[in-house]
Design a protein around this ligand. Structure first.
Ligand code: PRX
Length: 649
């Protein structure tokens, strides 16, 4: 048995929601949370049946769940239409003329789409899909900019029972081919282009390149966004706006089985070919609906904004399905956070009166680096709740978010979850949970999260181990598309019948979960196993540091040496003195064991396109001096060239 992950970082700051916030929240006290949590764990069928009953079912289920590990079915026998739940339900209620999507394009163009209009658009596109031959269970690859038509295309697929596979618009033709081949898709929905940092991303052109290598696509439906010149292959390619002329704006929403496949979403993982994560209908919708309702404590008066791209699971669950199932009003923004400058997000919040803002630590650290004057120039007083997702949020980044964006009044929900979990699993409830910067706090209802050692025992308080989920939950992935063996091996082979998330974590004495990093990234220094997040957070706590990444390098004496890459805030200079100071600073904060062997000052860190730091590449770089591995998921290849220069000046 290998030793457990150690934890040395202690955080004693605690923030509780204001009385005003608590009083009007759905869950307003910890005793209320504990009572409901207990029910959800002891009687999951009672808890989840109540949540699911808030949705519209065309046929009731006969059994809440059926669990033959690792395969789950939820709301067995039930039938529903996911799009009807997200759109028609509101379009035929008092929310009819409420804004569903407030869109802002990168060039500054704006559009407001009400629920009634969304219903018409989704129905029209469902008719377009059917007219072009799309049938239930056909796979439809969606490769779109962040515009309302991306959500409309997803909902139209759901409406007719087709399985969407959204591919992030920043991915290349190669990634499209991989996904087409693995999913066996026969239809593509795309746009001529999308705006990103003032330039047009040539989406249709990328699709054309991909389709030279994959011949099974029957139709490509193209939305006109940028007006850039593209080539249309006769008989294969059709314009969305042409097709829209000839279809009705009504469409009957047929009922589909609760376990009908809803979408595939590919997650890269650090090695190997991307995994097609499969989500189904009734359970996924119940999970995203319920988490969105409680964790964002949504009201009809709220203006919600999630800055993720629809190409990621966050975009699926918390731009499309969760918010729309709740009848929320949301902002959707097409472009980059720094277009024309780092004030863009704060201007959008001010202009549209955003009250709930959900973003990622990578964006927060980019804002910290850029400087406080950007948010300070805008009125952010409409905000009442903030969220974070995607990586551990370093405590000092949390504090900045709390002060500079939340005006010290907004609770922060640090939400831990994964593409595979479908919905948020660990998070504060904003009206009751005491928050400590850096922890995602406590499990959501029905989530039996624990931390286990290698032998499968529950770790003691503050002892690090593997984060697992011991009971099934409605929005869990059903399998890896076409590869049950890989599904079992990846998530279900560490402990029998238990889901392993691949994250290292610890629980503190109050039961809060602290993610210490991916298990594969854990450092092993002189027999001590250290999570990367703690050393990185210690560095980010230094006033000169905006961002950091920490990796292990083989070391004859210690097993691994600690190598740190550090990005400084605007206006801070690298120097030998600062390097020494940072080394001492980590020693003081965590202990001598974590003192960096090397610190490199880097202009930028290598990240995935969703903004996660790619420690795998840094590890390879410090071990071999170069990078030979797969870099297709890397956001900006120039970063690697700069890093190579900085390790061999
Ligand atoms: O390592 C965890 C990290 O992101 C992983 C899941 O990535 P993905 O499937 O791309 O989904 C991202 C959006 C849900 C997790 O295994 N992660 C995500 N949220 C957090 C986090 N780590 C710490 N704290 C979080 N709040």
């Amino acid at each position: 048995m290998s030793k457990n992950i150690e934890s040395h970082l202690e955080e004693n700051r605690v923030y509780t929601p204001s009385e005003e916030f608590s009083q009007s929240a759905r869950i307003s006290s910890m005793s209320q949370y504990r009572k409901l949590y207990k029910e959800s764990i002891d009687k999951p069928d009672v808890f989840w049946a109540r949540e699911a009953a808030e949705l519209q079912w065309q046929q009731p289920w006969s059994q809440v769940f059926d669990w033959k590990a690792p395969f789950a079915k939820w709301f067995v026998g039930g039938k529903l239409n996911v799009a009807e739940n997200c759109v028609d339900r509101h379009a035929t209620s008092s929310r009819r003329n409420k804004a569903a999507i407030i869109f802002e394009g990168e060039p500054g163009d704006r559009r407001v789409i009400t629920y009634a209009e969304l219903q018409r658009e989704v129905c029209k596109f469902a008719n377009i899909l059917e007219k072009n031959g799309v049938k239930s269970k056909d796979r439809v690859l969606i490769y779109m900019p962040m515009i309302p038509e991306a959500a409309i295309a997803m909902l139209a697929c759901a409406r007719i029972g087709a399985v969407h596979n959204v591919v992030f618009g920043g991915f290349s033709a190669d990634s499209i081919v991989d996904r087409l081949e693995d999913s066996g898709a026969t239809y593509v929905v795309t746009a001529d282009g999308g705006w990103r940092r003032g330039k047009i991303v040539p989406l249709k052109e990328n699709v054309d390149v991909a389709l030279q290598r994959y011949g099974k696509v029957r139709k490509v439906i193209v939305h006109q966004r940028c007006g850039n010149e593209i080539s249309m292959t006769p008989s294969r390619d059709v314009w969305w706006h042409d097709e829209a002329q000839n279809v009705k704006s009504t469409h009957r929403a047929k009922a589909f089985d609760s376990e009908h496949p809803l979408f595939l979403l590919y997650t890269s993982g650090s090695t190997g070919k991307p995994k097609g994560i499969l989500h189904t209908s009734g359970g996924y919708l119940t999970g995203t609906y319920s988490t969105f309702k409680y964790i964002f404590d949504i009201r009809d008066t709220d203006v919600y904004w999630c800055t993720a791209d629809v190409g990621w699971i966050t975009g699926h669950s918390y731009i499309v399905y969760g918010p729309l199932a709740n009848g929320a009003t949301q902002v959707m923004y097409e472009g980059a956070p720094n277009q024309p400058d780092f004030g863009r997000f704060w201007k959008i919040i001010e202009d549209h009166g955003v009250s709930i803002f959900y973003t990622a630590p990578t964006a927060i650290r980019a804002f910290i680096k850029a400087g406080d004057h950007f948010p300070a120039a805008h009125d952010l007083s409409s905000l009442r709740l903030l969220g974070s997702v995607g990586e551990p949020i370093n405590p000092e980044a949390w504090m900045w978010y709390h002060r500079q964006i939340g005006g010290e009044r907004c609770p922060i929900v640090d939400t831990w979850w994964q593409t595979e979990t479908g919905a948020i699993m660990i998070s504060p409830l904003p009206g009751c949970t005491p928050c400590k910067p850096g922890t995602a706090t406590l499990p959501f209802f029905g989530v039996d999260a624990a931390i286990l050692d290698e032998a499968g025992n529950v770790c003691k308080a503050n002892e690090g181990g593997k984060l697992v989920i011991r009971k099934p939950w409605p929005s869990m992935t059903r399998t890896i598309y076409g590869d049950k063996a890989r599904f079992r091996k990846t998530y279900w082979s560490d402990y029998s019948g238990i889901y392993t998330a691949g994250d290292g974590a610890r629980r503190d004495k109050e039961g809060n979960f602290w993610i210490v990093g991916r298990i594969d990234d854990v450092l092993n220094v002189s027999g001590h196993r250290l999570g990367t997040a703690e050393v990185e957070s210690a560095l980010v706590a230094h006033p000169a540091v905006a961002e950091s990444a920490v990796v292990g390098r083989p070391d004859e004496l210690k097993g691994q040496g600690v190598v740190c890459f550090v990005t400084l805030k605007e206006g801070k200079e690298s120097s030998e003195a600062l390097r020494r100071e940072l080394r001492e600073h980590v020693g003081r904060t965590i202990g001598a064991i974590a003192k960096p062997d090397d610190i490199y000052f880097a202009p930028a860190l290598p990240k995935t396109r969703s903004g996660k730091i790619m420690r795998r590449l840094l590890k390879e770089l410090v071990t071999t001096g170069e990078i030979s591995g797969n870099i297709t998921t890397l956001d900006d290849a120039q970063v690697i060239i700069n890093l190579q220069k900085c390790i061999k000046p």
